[in-house]
Design a protein around this ligand. Structure first.
Ligand code: FUB
Ligand code: ZN
Length: 589
């Protein structure tokens, strides 16, 4: 792999935008989830499956995953900073999960409580391996973050059972909802057990051969069973499924040195970015099937952009970044995190968007709990998104930097301390910045060997210029560094206008405002004219730092035909009132 992730704990966010969000996640979101998981019966399902309480199954058939994703967040949080609450949640819920496991390693509370223990009867819709996948991921997080092997033992027993059950000459099938592929590779990396990688590889290769019967009116693309993964060039079907599969297939390609598969995945990623992705990094333009649309089918008002799909996109891009070293993947991680992911949770941390639309019309009608028109919700009947946000924020430090044999690369700009062991020795540095509000990034070397190494600084594709100085002078970033050396990167975060591809008919003739990595939007409450018919004009974009607004943002005033309009960062919309909102706005030609 060209790039490697840094070991857990070697990168620590120390302030700024993302640490604020991590604090809210830790102090509000994760504790609130502990209450919700009890209130709605998700934890009780485990007690009932373990025979500790008499109760029927509550929730959706994949509800176990809500506990697993939350446990994953709890684990990553403890790596950031242990606490008695976190430790208590971890030991309590992990013991419950272990108690619910069956003697042969199988574990699924829905199967036990609602199906009388009947397994694998509905691979299309049953989500049994999807649930297993989230358990495996939580287990890997737990042992890495805390050293606690409770879930890892459960996960390995379950994975061993899966290896005995699935594969050529055994049960030949795949799960309707991918995820197990990525999770098995994670478990393989943690344990070194080759059978887990082999099973992941089997699941990737078996897909696309019509093993599944599509549900309802859907076709096989709904769960990516229309084409073998290595033949896909345009991503299709249910967005979360498609992206988890792509991430897992990338893991398999890397671990098996399968260049053909990796190339197919890179091409598919490129097609997605060029033609199937919203400006926010959100994906999924169809409510029907929660699915990708055709190329350039990107209606802003009907956007689905599920929070989980954005998170899955980050996971896939991270894997491709490591596999190729190409910074366009980190660019998309940044775009998606700042926009499509973080819009999924309120500034207060206790309300969530499932759907991250790019436009809400006046008098829009919320006929679905998932609709953004109703504002962020405290929880959902299908509660996949909230705990997915939690684990993403808790593990964000891990995306800040990477390393290779030549040095360390800063991938996300945030106040942080970074340390890494590279072949020439131990390196360390501190990053200070007010990114994304200001474009100055200072890196101060705190530890350096006597040999040359390269400090890599990603230049985002949105930056049309940049300047780097070392101790005040321009020069190469490969050198023998000394403790105290200071590198200053200047990125032009000034507000800019972005125009859509002509082929996206629903926003043709419109413009969007971006500033650094942030996409902006207009809310009716900031406008004196009716937003649905507002038109913006040429002229200066006026930026205003507003420390008291929405947790501290920079707004952008845009000249309009009928007076100026104020734009706020998209992630912050619907945090005051919920009303008309738009990212794209008509522009006078
Ligand atoms: O099917 C499990 C989860 O529920 C999916 O990932 C989401 O899209 C939602 O449909
Ligand atoms: Zn979701």
């Amino acid at each position: 792999m060209p790039l490697r992730p840094l070991p857990l704990g070697s990168t620590k966010l120390s302030g700024g935008f993302w640490l604020d969000r991590q604090r809210t996640n830790r102090d509000t979101t994760i504790p609130a989830a502990a209450e919700r998981l009890e209130e709605v019966g998700t934890l009780r399902n485990f007690r009932a499956a373990a025979g500790q309480e008499a109760a029927g199954f509550a929730g959706k058939l994949f509800a176990d995953t809500d506990v697993y994703k939350w446990l994953e967040a709890v684990a990553w949080e403890q790596a950031r900073e242990p606490s008695a609450d976190l430790a208590g949640w971890q030991s309590g819920a992990s013991a419950l999960v272990a108690a619910a496991q069956e003697p042969d390693g199988y574990l699924n509370t829905h199967t036990r409580l609602a199906l009388g223990g009947q397994r694998y009867g509905d691979l299309e819709k049953g989500h049994e391996l999807y649930c297993a996948g989230h358990l495996l991921q939580a287990a890997v997080a737990q042992v890495r973050a805390t050293g606690d092997r409770t879930l890892l033992d459960v996960a390995c027993r379950f994975a061993d059972h899966l290896c005995k059950t699935f594969g050529p000459g055994r049960l030949e099938g795949v799960d309707g909802h991918p995820l197990i592929e990525m999770a098995l590779v994670d478990l393989y990396r943690e344990t070194g057990t080759a059978a887990y990688l082999e099973l992941a590889s089997y699941f990737v290769e078996a897909r696309g051969h019509g093993l599944l019967t599509p549900p309802g009116h859907h076709g096989p693309a709904y769960f990516q069973d229309h084409l073998p993964v290595r033949q896909v060039r345009t991503i299709a079907g249910h967005a979360v499924r498609a992206l988890y599969l792509a991430a897992g297939a990338t893991d398999v390609a890397v671990e098996t040195s399968d260049a053909e598969l990796l190339e197919a995945l890179q091409t598919t990623w490129q097609t997605m970015v060029e033609s199937q992705m919203y400006l926010t990094g959100g994906v999924g333009s169809r409510w029907y099937g929660e699915a990708f649309g055709d190329p350039f089918e990107l209606p802003p008002d009907a956007a689905y952009c599920e929070t989980c799909a954005a998170i899955a996109g980050v996971q896939w891009s991270w894997r491709l970044l490591l596999a190729t070293g190409e910074s366009k993947y980190a660019d998309l991680i940044e775009r998606t995190l700042y926009n499509a992911v973080i819009s999924g949770v309120s500034l207060t941390g206790d309300r969530f968007f499932y759907v991250n639309t790019l436009k809400v019309r006046a008098d829009a009608f919320a006929d679905d709990q998932r609709s953004a028109v109703g504002g962020r919700q405290p929880w959902f009947g299908t509660a996949c998104c909230p705990p997915n946000v939690m684990r993403t924020l808790s593990s964000l430090d891990q995306l800040v930097a990477t390393s290779d044999d030549d040095g360390v690369q800063v991938q996300l700009y945030a106040p942080a301390s970074v340390a890494a062991d590279i072949p020439v020795g131990h390196v360390g540095f501190e990053v200070a910045t007010e990114y994304p509000w200001h474009g100055t990034v200072r890196v101060r070397i705190t530890s350096a060997p006597d040999e040359p190494w390269t400090l890599g600084l990603r230049i985002p594709a949105w930056a049309d210029s940049h300047r780097v100085t070392i101790n005040g002078f321009e020069g190469p970033l490969r050198r023998v560094w000394s403790v105290g050396d200071e590198v200053v990167l200047e990125l032009p975060v000034a507000a800019r206008r972005t125009r859509p591809d002509e082929r996206i008919d629903s926003v043709r003739g419109c413009v969007a405002i971006e500033r650094g990595p942030l996409v902006y939007c207009f809310e009716q409450q900031d406008a004196d004219v009716v937003l649905d018919s507002a038109v913006v004009a040429a002229g200066e974009l006026i930026e205003r730092e507003q420390p008291e607004l929405l947790g501290g943002v920079t707004t952008v005033e845009v000249p309009g035909r009928d007076g100026p309009l104020t734009a706020i960062p998209y992630y912050a919309w619907a945090n005051r009132t919920v009303g008309t909102m738009t990212v794209w706005i008509r522009e006078i030609a």
